[in-house]
Design a protein around this ligand. Sequence first.
Ligand SMILES: [Zn+2]
Ligand SMILES: [Zn+2]
Ligand SMILES: [Zn+2]
Ligand SMILES: [Zn+2]
Length: 370
Amino acid sequence: VEDGGVVAAPSSSSAGLGVVGAAVEAVAAVAAMQDEVGSRREGPEPDPDDEPPKKKARVPGGESGKLEERLYSVLCCTVCLDLPKASVYQCTNGHLMCAGCFIHLLADSRLKEEQATCPNCRCEISKNLCCRNLAVEKAVSELPTECTFCLKQFPRSSLERHQKEECQDRVTQCKYKRIGCPWQGPFHELPAHESECSHPTKTGTELMGILGEMDQSHRRDMQLYNGIFSLLCYEKIGFTEVQFRPYRTDDFITRLYYETPRFTVLNQTWVLKARVNDSERNPNLSCKRTLSFQLILKSKVNSALECSFLLLKGPYDDVRIKPVIHHHCFSNDTNETEYVLLPISDSVECNKLLAAKNINLRLFIFQVQK
Ligand SMILES: [Zn+2]
Ligand SMILES: [Zn+2]
Ligand SMILES: [Zn+2]
Ligand SMILES: [Zn+2]
C-alpha cells in the first residue's frame, strides 16, 4: 500500500483564499502549537509571544481535511479527545480539558493523595489554577456535531430539535406504554409496531394486572416520601452540616477514608465515617465510584437510643443524592451502624464529591420515641 494519503504542506496552499484561507492558517498554527505542546511532556511552555512566529507545520488530520475536522482536533479535550459538551477548562499552559475529565483528574488526585497535574505538561491543576475557556466553549458550540441516533452531522444549534423531534432513528416508545407495552425502537419502525401492537386488544382483566404492577412502583416512591413526612412530625429532630475530611489508615498499605469532626445532635456526640468503593485498595484504578458511610455514637447512653437518620446534600453543593431512610438502635454496645451506601445517582456525581477537598453533606437524626 502506498502512503499516498499524506499530503505535504505547501506554505502557499491557502494564498488567495481570503478569509477562509486565513482562518485555516490560524487553525493550523494553533493545531501545530497544541501538537508540539502535546509531544513535549515536561516543563511549562515558553510564552508564545517570546518566540518567532511559528512556521506552518504538520496538522493532525492532514492538510486536506475540512476546516471542521481540523477544528475538532484543536478544540477537543486533551484527555478523552472528545469535543467538550459543556464547560471547558484549561491548565496554566493552555491544555484543554472537558469538565468531566477535569473533575475526574481532581478526584483521582485526592484518592492517590497527590497533587493533580495536567496529563499533557504535568503542571499543577486545581480549581483555582485552572480557568474556563469561553472562546473554546463558544467555538465548539458553532461546530457541526453528530446525531447520536442516525450519526449524521448537524449544526449544534439544531441538533437538540433534530434528536428530539426529527430524527428517523431516534428512540421512541409505543403509545400504549401507558397500558404496559414495553416496546421501544427507532422512530421509523413505530407505525408498523403500533399497527400490530397487542396491547389495545387486551381485556380489561389483563390490563388491570398490568396497571397493578405500575401502581406498585409508584407506591414505593410514595411510601418513601410519606416516611420522611411522618419523621418530620417527631418531637426530637436534629440536623447539622457535616464535613467529611480525608485521612489515611496507618496500615502497611494505607487506605483512604473520610471522617467528620465530632458533632452534637440531640444532645449526643456523633461521628460519621465514609469510604470509597468499600475500601477497595486502589479506587483510583476503577471508573466506578461509590461512597458508603457509617454513623457512630460517641457518647455513653443510659438507655438505648432508637433513631432514624438521613444523609442529604449540603446547602451549597449541587450533587444529587436520593433520600434513603436508615434505622438503628444505638446503645453502648451497638454504637456503630453498618456501612450503608450513599445513594448518589452515578460515578460522575460521586467524582464531584471526591474532587472537592472536603465532602459537605447534611445529616438528619430523628429520635424514635415510644
Ligand atoms: Zn474529556
Ligand atoms: Zn498542560
Ligand atoms: Zn439523527
Ligand atoms: Zn406497543
